[in-house]
Design a binder for this molecule. Sequence first.
Ligand SMILES: Nc1nc2c(ncn2[C@@H]2O[C@H](COP(=O)(O)OP(=O)(O)OP(=O)(O)O)[C@@H](O)[C@H]2O)c(=O)[nH]1
Length: 427
Amino acid sequence: MQNKVLIIEDSRTALNIVVRLVEQAGLVAVVSRTLTEARHVFIHSTPEDFLCAIVDYNLPDSPNGEAIDFCIQSILPTIVVTGRLDSETREDVLRREVVDYIPKENAQTYDYLARLLKRLEHNKQIGVVVAGQDRSTAIKMSSLLRRHNFITHEASKAEDTYKLVRDNPEIRVVITGRHFSDEKSTSVISNLRVDYPKERLAIISVSEQEAQLNSARFIKSGANDFLLTPFCHEEFLCRITQNIELIEHVEALTSMANSDFLTGLFNRRYFLNKLSAMAARRSERYSLAVLDLDNFKQVNDSYGHDAGDIVLVHTAAVLRQHFADAVIARFGGEEFCIFMPDISAEQALSRIEALRALVCQQPVKVGDEKISVSISAGLLTTKASSLVNSISRADKLLYQAKHAGRNRVVSDIAFSRALDRAIQKTA
Ligand SMILES: Nc1nc2c(ncn2[C@@H]2O[C@H](COP(=O)(O)OP(=O)(O)OP(=O)(O)O)[C@@H](O)[C@H]2O)c(=O)[nH]1
């Protein structure tokens, strides 16, 4: 597991800050104060355990970045921190294959280092396609991306680009050049846009400094951003990161808007949006159950609201585990809804009945207490005219279950069977 960070730093203050940042990122700091010490530590470690190295440019036994060379030769993604702010040092650092260069200037730069560490870990799950670039640009871009742990792909044809994006859902960025062998880059951008909106896939188009006008054309064709060549390596990676962070923010907001904060299940609004069209299709067959924890107020009153929350979270986990093939939502309070597509009435009834039995047989452990709970359910196995009507009919069945004494399932299965018999007769 890549969870270690090799830190080579002789300043006590800087070392304390960096170690704290590494630990806050959930990683393990392996500390050396000199290059000699680092060589010794590294030889006695497993190289695959290291996510990266954070190295001071100027050390007592390596005053001119020799420790950087050691880390790069050891195939460690290397972040350089330095107190030297002159452009000569910056250029000397950046001509090496480092991940990034961070001046020890102020708190902001350390904040940048913290974000960089998180990104290095996170980037391992993000794919980037370098498409339609000339050979040397493609090699340079892929090498920079790999240093930042991205999963890299290359394509010289438009067709290959579409296929890569289609087949690899982890791809979040396509960098398009103007060297596609089969299509113009503006068509590649607009074709990708048909299936992938800007908040799902970032397209960064590359054009030459002298053809700056192209940048506007690319943006109008659907690109998120552009980059002029020749580019400096810092700008390239900053643009990639910025675009990915934007997509991630939108994803986080969408997920928050669609889910219930306590259980992480879908909320009612998203459930209705997601399923209404599907439920309306004539050919679609489904069953729908509305479930409610029995006498839940008593759980809150006897054990406290926090314990009640634990019971709700536990119930959601049980639903997830037993209905992985269904769509589940928390409708509010202690009420849940399960949409089971493509299932027979008999199967739906036996699964909901099994769930009911399981819930009342397994008390929920909360601290030292074991809280007994039960659920009532209304199960609709015949389709109503709309999803909202199905929910309302299942709700009425749930009401009957509560009135009949709770801890039971009431379904329309008798009606469903009669309907099947009538259909068979007329067939
Ligand atoms: N802990 C906790 N309680 C909640 C939450 N949302 C709603 N409740 C509580 O759920 C309880 C629901 O009570 P009632 O509607 O009377 O239903 P009940 O006690 O389950 O009775 P029946 O449904 O008739 O079996 C109320 O006490 C609410 O305060 C929540 O997010 N967390």
